[in-house]
Write a protein that binds this ligand. Structure first.
Ligand code: ADP
Ligand code: MG
Length: 392
């Protein structure tokens, strides 16, 4: 009887893992802040187990719950580490941070925001994104060393953009404002005119970061409260080439890693907002509420299997990141919450959003192409030309 049980469970595991929908949802709670402590705020949420929590008398279960004492390293180990491995294996991978303003999204994705990117890369408190960079380059080096016989080579390029008021700004080239999203039948969705820069080590990325963060700062002083109203998207495109055993055949894997710090999820207070400000609030709601809509529909489709039109194109955010939502990508959603009683309503809304995100299903596949040498060389020539153009 016992042996049968083991065989049966092994077979079930081999047939399908019902928990692997390609979507991983983590809830992270921050500690009470000084203001909340001064106001003698009480905790309304508590972690019950490594993957469950309670809000007053309601219980919620996710893939993981990070308590208020969890370190940045521990959160990276939960989320960043597996996503880096996915990406190196050829899967598109995205990490989103969702939650109300002040819940810890930026702290989780980036760390304490200093004046420059180099400070950010150095601090012990650096968040998921800087750690993803480190891990990517260290694993790439390791993989290349271990696969010399296959002539395995990686090539990475990055872009960094912000969506504010339904407008896309290139943070690496901020004169490029209001960029448009296009769709190509072969390469998928892309931002027209967005700069992409080749990076081969941590120093290269740090340089980009210094530039990008400086540009973000400029715009945030110009626009009131901008950072809580904008979405930032850092994208890594990773390409690897290797020779397979078969004579003359080479394969190319391409995958992207999106690191997304979303705008605050709280309902925009309409009090006193008028004209431009009201329009702004409406637009910000558009990208975030469209994210909510798309996730709701996808969760429904996953549950009842009925085909439905998914309105990705109705906002910049969902159009740009459509692959990550129900498509060809692995997704990790970090939902950040405050433990304070004063945030109870928003926390509940975030916890419900997290449940719906968990219900959707992605269909990630390894993006690999096998090519003969001539095609591969043509492609390499094209890329080198591109690179030359960029350097001019
Ligand atoms: P958001 O980006 O969601 O608006 P922030 O990441 O800016 O929120 O966090 C708000 C404040 O709370 C910041 O001062 C941040 O340093 C602090 N904070 C957030 N999460 C944590 C945490 N897990 N541990 C310690 N401090 C945190
Ligand atoms: Mg923030």
């Amino acid at each position: 009887v016992q042996a049968g049980g083991v065989v049966e469970s092994l077979m079930n595991a081999a047939v399908s893992d019902p928990n692997d929908t390609g979507v991983k949802v983590i809830v992270r709670m921050r500690p009470l802040n000084k203001k909340e402590i001064a106001e003698e705020a009480t905790h309304v949420i508590s972690k019950l187990s490594p993957n469950s929590l309670s809000l007053i008398d309601q219980q919620f279960t996710y893939d993981a719950v990070a308590g208020d004492d969890e370190s940045q390293q521990a959160v990276f180990d939960m989320v960043g580490l597996p996503m880096v491995e996915n990406c190196l294996a050829g899967f598109n991978s995205s990490i989103f941070a969702y939650g109300q303003t002040g819940s810890g999204k930026t702290h989780t994705m980036w760390g304490p925001m200093p004046d420059s990117g180099s400070e950010l890369m150095a601090t012990e408190e650096r968040g998921v994104t800087p750690r993803v960079f480190e891990q990517l380059f260290s694993r790439i080096q390791q993989e290349e060393r271990n696969n010399v016989d296959k002539q395995l080579r990686y090539q990475c390029r990055c872009s960094f953009l912000e969506i504010y008021n339904e407008q896309i700004t290139d943070l690496l080239e901020p004169s490029q404002k209001n960029l448009m999203i296009r769709e190509d039948t072969k390469t998928g969705v892309y931002v027209e005119g967005l700069s992409e820069e080749y990076v081969s080590n941590l120093e290269d990325v740090t340089r980009l970061l210094i530039r990008g963060l400086a540009n973000r700062r400029v715009s945030s002083t110009a626009m009131n409260n901008e950072s809580s109203r904008s979405h930032s998207v850092f994208t890594f495109v990773i390409e690897s080439r290797s020779k397979s055993a078969a004579e003359g055949a080479s394969s190319v894997r391409t995958s992207r890693m999106n690191l997304v710090d979303l705008a605050g999820s709280e309902r925009q207070k309409q009090t006193g907002a008028a004209g431009e400000r009201l329009k702004e609030a409406g637009n910000i709601n558009k990208s975030l509420s469209q994210l909510g809509n798309v996730i709701n529909i996808l969760a429904e489709v996953a549950q009842n299997g009925k085909h439905r039109h998914i309105p990705y194109r109705d906002s910049r955010l969902t159009f740009l990141l459509q692959e990550s939502l129900g498509g060809n990508a692995k997704l990790a959603m970090i939902c950040a919450v405050s433990p304070a009683s004063s945030c109870k309503t928003e926390t509940l809304s975030t916890l419900r959003f997290a449940q719906r995100a968990k219900a959707m299903q992605n269909k990630a596949v390894v993006n690999e192409e096998t090519a003969n040498d001539v095609n591969l060389l043509r492609e390499q020539i094209r890329q080198l030309k591109d690179e030359l153009m960029r350097m001019k």
